[in-house]
Design a protein. Structure first.
Length: 218
């Protein structure tokens, strides 16, 4: 089989040692067990770190690095291949349309222009999260600029303090409404923790719509 290890540059040294042993010996011991289990698999690793530099600085084991660095494929950042952004955005739109059963079937030209111009420091994962969030807070039939995350729209660089507060308040309120005030789901979409969501609700004096007032926050 194949074992995919994402963000390999983040794993601690102890885990690097254990993985190196498994790769070299082709066997491992299950947690709580004593019997050696043979393992025949290939490993694919992914990272956004400079592992060469990490090795030189002593932050990544050299022996483990050369064991996994057999064949390298370098994927340029999304900002260097902007032509791919519309294709990826449409792909994620179709995926979340099926998963969420929402009738948002297109991306407006204005929203696509904003996404194409954004640098996407989080690359494809950030784009995927942005589309997912837009599908939750957006209104059919299209994703519009208002449904995109604030940093994608450039809010923060040019807005005044009061304007930013109002944009943030409206955005959080929209997410809470779309998730039926499910705090866990809202926190995931907003990419903050539950405590921060509650603090924002208190700060902005947000009140749940009367129709759902009888249900508790989850």
């Amino acid at each position: 089989g194949t074992l995919f290890l994402d963000e390999i540059g983040e794993i601690p040294t102890r885990m690097q040692i254990e993985l190196l042993r498994v790769l070299e010996e082709k066997c491992f011991t299950r947690v709580g067990g004593s019997e050696q289990v043979h393992a025949d698999f290939r490993v694919i690793c992914a990272t956004n770190k400079d592992l060469d530099r990490a090795v030189r600085e002593g932050r990544f084991r050299e022996d483990f690095y050369y064991r996994i660095n057999v064949f390298t494929i370098e994927a340029p950042p999304l900002r260097d291949r902007r032509i791919d952004i519309p294709l990826l955005a449409e792909h994620f739109l179709r995926r979340f349309e099926r998963q969420m059963d929402r009738r948002i079937t297109s991306i407006s030209p204005e929203a696509m222009e904003l996404m194409t111009g954004h640098d996407w420091p989080g690359n494809v994962r950030e784009l995927c999260n942005a589309i997912e969030r837009a599908m939750v807070v957006g209104t059919p039939p299209s994703i519009t600029p208002e449904a995109l995350p604030m940093h994608t729209r450039g809010v923060g660089a040019t807005g005044t303090g009061d304007a930013l507060v109002q944009v943030e308040r409206r955005h959080i309120a929209e997410v809470l409404d779309r998730t039926d005030w499910n705090i866990t789901q809202a926190a995931r979409i907003l990419q903050i923790d539950r405590v921060t969501v509650y603090n924002k609700i208190k700060k902005f004096k947000l009140v749940r719509a009367q129709a759902g007032a009888a249900r508790n926050h989850r």
